[in-house]
Design a protein around this ligand. Structure first.
Ligand code: BTN
Length: 246
C-alpha cells in the first residue's frame, strides 16, 4: 500500500503547482502537499478557488499511474470517492457526489477536486488537488447560496491536519482499488453517493444549454440527462449544472 508523505506549507500559489514541481524534482508517488493558504488557487474549468487562510483543507496528492492516457479521467471518480468516503467515515457529514466530482451536503458544495496530469521526470504524473471548506463560517457573496463548510454542517471545528491525513489515506486507497479492480468497480461504488438523480437541472456545455432530469452516469462516466421528449443525452463535460426546481 502506498503510504502518504505529507509536506506542510503556510502559503503557496497553488498546491497543485508545488506538487508538480516536486514531481519534476523526482518526488515519489504518495507525496502530498498541504497548505494553509493559497494565493493562486484554481478550480476546474479555469475558475479561481479562494480560501479563508487556516480554515480550509488545501492539498494535492502526487500519483504516477502507469495506465493509458485515456484512462486518466476515470481517476477523478476514484479521487472524489476517496474524499467522500473519508468525510463520511469521519462522521462530519452525509456527503454526496455531484457529477463529475463536487462533494455536496444537501444542495451545497463542501469540497472540490481538480485533477491535472503532466509528464514529469519521464513519468506520467497526476496531481489530485482537493479543497475542502472546513472551518469557514462565511463565504463570498457569490458563493453564500451554494457553498457550505464542515463546521456549518456539523457544528464543531474540524482538525484540519488530522483531516488532511485521513483524506490522503482514503484517496490513496481508492486509487489503488481503481488500479487493481478497474474503473467499472470504482464507478459502481461512486454511484452509491451520486447526488441529484431525478433532479431537474439546466446544464450548460460548450455547445448547448440543456434542460432535463438527471438519470445517472453511464459506463464511461458520462452524465445521463433526459430532456422533455424523453431523449437521453450523455454529457461528457459541462460548465455548469444548476437545479431548476424551486
Ligand atoms: C473545483 O471544484 O473547481 C475544484 C477545486 C479544487 C481546489 C483545490 S485546493 C487544492 C488544490 N490546489 C488548487 O489550486 N486547486 C486544488
Amino acid at each position: 500500500m502506498i503510504q502518504p508523505a505529507l509536506h506542510w506549507f503556510e502559503t503557496v500559489g497553488s498546491t497543485n503547482d508545488v506538487a508538480l514541481d516536486m514531481a519534476r524534482a523526482g518526488a515519489p508517488e504518495g507525496t502530498v502537499v498541504v497548505a494553509g493558504n493559497q494565493t493562486k488557487g484554481r478550480g476546474r474549468r479555469g475558475r479561481v478557488w479562494t480560501d479563508e487562510p487556516g480554515a480550509c483543507v488545501l492539498m494535492s496528492l502526487l500519483l504516477t499511474p502507469t495506465i493509458p492516457l485515456s484512462a486518466i479521467p476515470g481517476l477523478t471518480f476514484a479521487v472524489s470517492l476517496g474524499v467522500t468516503t473519508a468525510l463520511k467515515a469521519a462522521s462530519y457529514i452525509d456527503p454526496m457526489l455531484k457529477w463529475p466530482n463536487d462533494v455536496f451536503v444537501g444542495n451545497r458544495k463542501v469540497a472540490g477536486i481538480l485533477v491535472e496530469s503532466a509528464s514529469a521526470a519521464g513519468r506520467c504524473v497526476v496531481i489530485a488537488g482537493i479543497g475542502v471548506n472546513a472551518n469557514q463560517r462565511n463565504f463570498d457573496p457569490d458563493l453564500e447560496d451554494t457553498a457550505t463548510s464542515l463546521l456549518l454542517e456539523c457544528g464543531s471545528c474540524v482538525d484540519i491536519r488530522a483531516l488532511a491525513g485521513k483524506l490522503s489515506l482514503s484517496v490513496l486507497a481508492e486509487y489503488e482499488r481503481f488500479l487493481s479492480e478497474g474503473f467499472e468497480i470504482t464507478l459502481e461504488r461512486w454511484r452509491r453517493y451520486m447526488w441529484g438523480i431525478g433532479e431537474s437541472v439546466q446544464i450548460t456545455t460548450e455547445s448547448q444549454i440543456l434542460n432535463g432530469v438527471i438519470r445517472g452516469v453511464d459506463g464511461s462516466g458520462a452524465l445521463l440527462v433526459s430532456d422533455k421528449n424523453g431523449t437521453l443525452h450523455a454529457i461528457h463535460a459541462a460548465d455548469t449544472i444548476k437545479t431548476t426546481r424551486n
